[in-house]
Ligand binder design. Sequence first.
Ligand code: AMP
Ligand code: MN
Ligand code: MN
Ligand code: MN
Length: 287
Amino acid sequence: MAIDLHVHSNASDGAKTPRGLVAEAARMGLLAISITDHDTVAGQAAGQAAGVEFGVQVIPGIEISADIRQAEAHILGYYIDYASDELQALTHRLIQGRVRRGRQMFDLLRDHAIKLDWDEVIKGASPEGFIGRGHLFRLMIAKGYVPEDKSREMFLKYFAKDGLAYVEHFYITPAEAIRAIRQAGGVPVLAHPGRMNDDGAIYGLVKEGIMGIEVFYPSHTPQQEAHYLAMARQLGLIATGGTDYHGHVGDRGVSMGGCSPPEEVLGQLWEAATKVRAGKPRQPSAH
Ligand code: AMP
Ligand code: MN
Ligand code: MN
Ligand code: MN
């Protein structure tokens, strides 16, 4: 049976509620999913309840955004204790940082003649106040700033790392994200390494305590998949996978479960979480 360890709900920048995602997973016959919202655990309790309701295994998760060198490092966390005070406090701080960052990107857009209304940005944010590039971009589309056939090009022009309105995720580093996930009893995993495309940076993150890498990912080429699978084996990392499903109408991308890792990854993640909790995490290998 297929599993999907990377999907987003409307607690961050996905279109669907956590319950809606789990219902969809059940319809599609998936064994397990993890709702890995960016920088928030606000959807986790609802995801757990829906897992019981629909008979789908729902693994507590998160995806923390940080920046590294010329790229971004997104750190997934699995089997986190999402109710822990520390994680609640951290995610609260991250959301506050995102509102400040959102305002900075909003100001940069205005400098480049894209005049949005801040109240509308806030209204379009998730119920918990999460603001991401996707929210700003969707408002730009709604206001007619983005020609239909230029969507990807326009996103990159404004919001790629070297884009006109890009602001870094300045409020947390990858190392802090890894530490926070482990402190919450979770297993830190590097998301979509192919998008970072920097093996040296991966070795650095392994030293910081990363325990897995997301080998199976829709935009990875077969060559990248083979490369990261070999790297996972060599470094003793868990090879995870997922679709990064956001559920918006018009999202290209694969459907939920369309990029599944082997089922045994569930047991590997659980075992790793048990080790983290026992205070005996896998030793990061020497590189
Ligand atoms: P942020 O979390 O604010 O750094 O924004 C990153 C998010 O922007 C990603 O997780 C996607 O949801 C969204 N995103 C990335 N690329 C695109 C794109 N080409 N078009 C629309 N949204 C995108
Ligand atoms: Mn997103
Ligand atoms: Mn990501
Ligand atoms: Mn994601």
